[in-house]
Write a protein that binds this ligand. Structure first.
Ligand code: NI
Length: 192
Protein backbone atom coordinates (compact mmCIF):
# COMPACT_ATOMS: atom_id res chain seq x y z
CA UNK A 1 0.00 0.00 0.00
CA UNK A 2 1.41 3.30 -1.03
CA UNK A 3 1.78 6.39 1.08
CA UNK A 4 -1.24 8.68 1.05
CA UNK A 5 -0.68 12.39 0.72
CA UNK A 6 -3.29 14.12 2.84
CA UNK A 7 -1.73 17.58 2.56
CA UNK A 8 -4.75 18.78 0.61
CA UNK A 9 -7.19 17.84 3.35
CA UNK A 10 -8.20 21.42 4.09
CA UNK A 11 -9.13 21.99 0.45
CA UNK A 12 -11.13 18.75 0.58
CA UNK A 13 -12.95 19.98 3.67
CA UNK A 14 -13.69 23.35 2.08
CA UNK A 15 -15.25 21.51 -0.85
CA UNK A 16 -17.17 19.23 1.53
CA UNK A 17 -18.57 22.13 3.56
CA UNK A 18 -19.57 23.96 0.40
CA UNK A 19 -21.24 20.86 -1.06
CA UNK A 20 -23.10 20.16 2.21
CA UNK A 21 -24.41 23.71 2.09
CA UNK A 22 -25.47 23.84 -1.56
CA UNK A 23 -27.01 20.34 -1.51
CA UNK A 24 -28.85 20.95 1.80
CA UNK A 25 -32.45 19.92 1.30
CA UNK A 26 -31.65 17.73 -1.73
CA UNK A 27 -32.32 14.06 -1.12
CA UNK A 28 -31.26 10.79 -2.70
CA UNK A 29 -34.06 10.18 -5.26
CA UNK A 30 -36.91 8.10 -3.86
CA UNK A 31 -35.81 8.59 -0.25
CA UNK A 32 -35.47 11.13 2.53
CA UNK A 33 -31.75 10.53 2.83
CA UNK A 34 -29.53 13.56 2.37
CA UNK A 35 -27.78 13.81 -0.99
CA UNK A 36 -24.36 14.10 0.67
CA UNK A 37 -24.55 10.31 1.08
CA UNK A 38 -23.90 10.04 -2.66
CA UNK A 39 -21.12 12.63 -2.66
CA UNK A 40 -19.36 10.86 0.22
CA UNK A 41 -19.63 7.51 -1.55
CA UNK A 42 -18.04 8.87 -4.70
CA UNK A 43 -15.23 10.45 -2.65
CA UNK A 44 -14.59 7.12 -0.87
CA UNK A 45 -14.51 5.29 -4.19
CA UNK A 46 -11.87 7.78 -5.41
CA UNK A 47 -9.78 7.35 -2.24
CA UNK A 48 -9.98 3.55 -2.45
CA UNK A 49 -8.99 3.73 -6.11
CA UNK A 50 -6.01 5.90 -5.29
CA UNK A 51 -4.89 3.42 -2.62
CA UNK A 52 -5.04 0.62 -5.20
CA UNK A 53 -3.41 2.54 -8.05
CA UNK A 54 -2.25 6.16 -7.71
CA UNK A 55 -4.49 8.77 -9.33
CA UNK A 56 -2.35 11.63 -10.65
CA UNK A 57 -3.56 14.76 -8.86
CA UNK A 58 -5.57 13.23 -6.05
CA UNK A 59 -6.57 16.67 -4.75
CA UNK A 60 -8.28 17.44 -8.03
CA UNK A 61 -10.05 14.06 -8.01
CA UNK A 62 -11.28 14.39 -4.41
CA UNK A 63 -12.56 17.94 -4.82
CA UNK A 64 -14.27 17.11 -8.12
CA UNK A 65 -15.84 14.03 -6.49
CA UNK A 66 -17.31 16.16 -3.72
CA UNK A 67 -18.47 18.93 -6.04
CA UNK A 68 -19.40 16.87 -9.12
CA UNK A 69 -23.16 17.50 -8.94
CA UNK A 70 -23.23 21.07 -7.64
CA UNK A 71 -23.52 22.71 -11.08
CA UNK A 72 -25.92 20.15 -12.60
CA UNK A 73 -28.20 19.72 -9.58
CA UNK A 74 -27.94 22.98 -7.69
CA UNK A 75 -27.10 25.51 -10.38
CA UNK A 76 -23.83 26.68 -8.84
CA UNK A 77 -22.01 28.94 -11.31
CA UNK A 78 -18.71 27.80 -12.83
CA UNK A 79 -17.31 31.23 -11.92
CA UNK A 80 -18.10 30.70 -8.26
CA UNK A 81 -16.20 27.40 -8.31
CA UNK A 82 -13.23 29.13 -9.99
CA UNK A 83 -13.22 31.71 -7.23
CA UNK A 84 -13.51 29.21 -4.39
CA UNK A 85 -11.58 26.18 -5.62
CA UNK A 86 -9.54 27.30 -8.63
CA UNK A 87 -9.73 26.83 -12.38
CA UNK A 88 -8.84 23.12 -12.54
CA UNK A 89 -11.54 22.03 -10.08
CA UNK A 90 -14.15 24.32 -11.65
CA UNK A 91 -13.35 23.03 -15.16
CA UNK A 92 -13.48 19.43 -13.95
CA UNK A 93 -16.89 19.89 -12.35
CA UNK A 94 -18.18 21.66 -15.45
CA UNK A 95 -17.09 18.74 -17.65
CA UNK A 96 -18.87 16.36 -15.24
CA UNK A 97 -22.10 18.38 -15.63
CA UNK A 98 -24.56 17.37 -18.34
CA UNK A 99 -25.87 20.32 -20.34
CA UNK A 100 -29.54 20.92 -19.61
CA UNK A 101 -30.20 22.24 -23.14
CA UNK A 102 -29.34 18.93 -24.84
CA UNK A 103 -31.50 15.79 -25.09
CA UNK A 104 -30.50 13.26 -22.39
CA UNK A 105 -28.59 10.80 -24.59
CA UNK A 106 -26.73 13.57 -26.37
CA UNK A 107 -25.93 15.30 -23.07
CA UNK A 108 -24.09 12.21 -21.83
CA UNK A 109 -22.00 11.89 -25.02
CA UNK A 110 -21.22 15.61 -24.85
CA UNK A 111 -20.18 15.36 -21.19
CA UNK A 112 -17.97 12.33 -21.89
CA UNK A 113 -16.23 14.21 -24.68
CA UNK A 114 -15.58 17.14 -22.37
CA UNK A 115 -14.35 14.83 -19.59
CA UNK A 116 -11.87 13.29 -22.05
CA UNK A 117 -10.33 16.73 -22.49
CA UNK A 118 -9.72 16.96 -18.73
CA UNK A 119 -6.90 15.41 -16.64
CA UNK A 120 -7.47 11.69 -15.87
CA UNK A 121 -8.37 12.62 -12.27
CA UNK A 122 -11.68 13.89 -13.68
CA UNK A 123 -12.21 10.69 -15.71
CA UNK A 124 -11.77 8.79 -12.44
CA UNK A 125 -14.55 10.79 -10.79
CA UNK A 126 -17.00 9.85 -13.55
CA UNK A 127 -16.07 6.17 -13.25
CA UNK A 128 -16.46 6.39 -9.44
CA UNK A 129 -19.81 8.19 -9.78
CA UNK A 130 -21.27 5.48 -11.99
CA UNK A 131 -19.87 2.70 -9.79
CA UNK A 132 -21.79 4.25 -6.87
CA UNK A 133 -24.93 4.74 -8.94
CA UNK A 134 -24.94 1.07 -9.95
CA UNK A 135 -24.94 -0.13 -6.35
CA UNK A 136 -28.27 -1.91 -6.77
CA UNK A 137 -31.24 -0.99 -8.91
CA UNK A 138 -33.26 1.89 -7.41
CA UNK A 139 -36.67 0.96 -6.00
CA UNK A 140 -39.46 1.74 -8.41
CA UNK A 141 -37.34 1.52 -11.56
CA UNK A 142 -38.64 -0.63 -14.40
CA UNK A 143 -36.34 -3.27 -15.83
CA UNK A 144 -36.40 -1.32 -19.07
CA UNK A 145 -35.20 1.88 -17.41
CA UNK A 146 -32.49 -0.01 -15.54
CA UNK A 147 -31.34 -1.74 -18.74
CA UNK A 148 -31.03 1.65 -20.41
CA UNK A 149 -28.98 2.94 -17.49
CA UNK A 150 -26.80 -0.15 -17.71
CA UNK A 151 -26.20 0.45 -21.43
CA UNK A 152 -25.22 4.03 -20.69
CA UNK A 153 -22.78 2.75 -18.05
CA UNK A 154 -21.15 0.55 -20.70
CA UNK A 155 -20.58 3.62 -22.86
CA UNK A 156 -19.00 5.42 -19.90
CA UNK A 157 -16.77 2.43 -19.25
CA UNK A 158 -15.71 2.20 -22.89
CA UNK A 159 -14.89 5.91 -23.01
CA UNK A 160 -13.06 6.29 -19.70
CA UNK A 161 -11.60 2.87 -18.77
CA UNK A 162 -8.03 3.79 -19.82
CA UNK A 163 -7.85 6.35 -17.00
CA UNK A 164 -7.79 3.78 -14.20
CA UNK A 165 -7.86 -0.02 -14.66
CA UNK A 166 -8.90 -0.65 -11.05
CA UNK A 167 -11.95 1.61 -11.32
CA UNK A 168 -12.70 0.17 -14.76
CA UNK A 169 -12.74 -3.32 -13.30
CA UNK A 170 -15.02 -2.20 -10.45
CA UNK A 171 -17.42 -0.60 -12.92
CA UNK A 172 -17.45 -3.65 -15.19
CA UNK A 173 -18.33 -5.81 -12.17
CA UNK A 174 -21.13 -3.46 -11.11
CA UNK A 175 -22.52 -3.41 -14.66
CA UNK A 176 -22.50 -7.22 -14.75
CA UNK A 177 -24.31 -7.50 -11.40
CA UNK A 178 -26.79 -4.68 -11.96
CA UNK A 179 -29.83 -6.33 -13.47
CA UNK A 180 -31.52 -9.17 -11.64
CA UNK A 181 -30.96 -12.39 -13.54
CA UNK A 182 -33.74 -14.94 -13.68
CA UNK A 183 -34.25 -18.10 -15.76
CA UNK A 184 -37.22 -16.46 -17.53
CA UNK A 185 -35.53 -13.18 -18.13
CA UNK A 186 -31.75 -13.48 -18.24
CA UNK A 187 -29.76 -10.28 -17.84
CA UNK A 188 -28.44 -8.95 -21.15
CA UNK A 189 -24.84 -9.90 -21.91
CA UNK A 190 -22.41 -7.29 -20.59
CA UNK A 191 -19.93 -7.50 -23.40
CA UNK A 192 -22.33 -6.33 -26.11
NI1 NI B 1 -23.24 11.72 -9.06
Amino acid sequence: MQHFDFSGVEAWQSAWYFAAEVHAGQTVPGSEIGYVRHLGSVMMEVLAAHAALAIPDLDLAVQCAILHDCIEDQGVAHGELVQRFGQAVADGVLALSKRADLPKAEAMVDSLQRIQQQPTAVWCVKLADRICNLNGMPAGWSLEKAAKYQREAKRILAALAPAHPWLAERLAARIAAYLPASPDCPAPAVSS
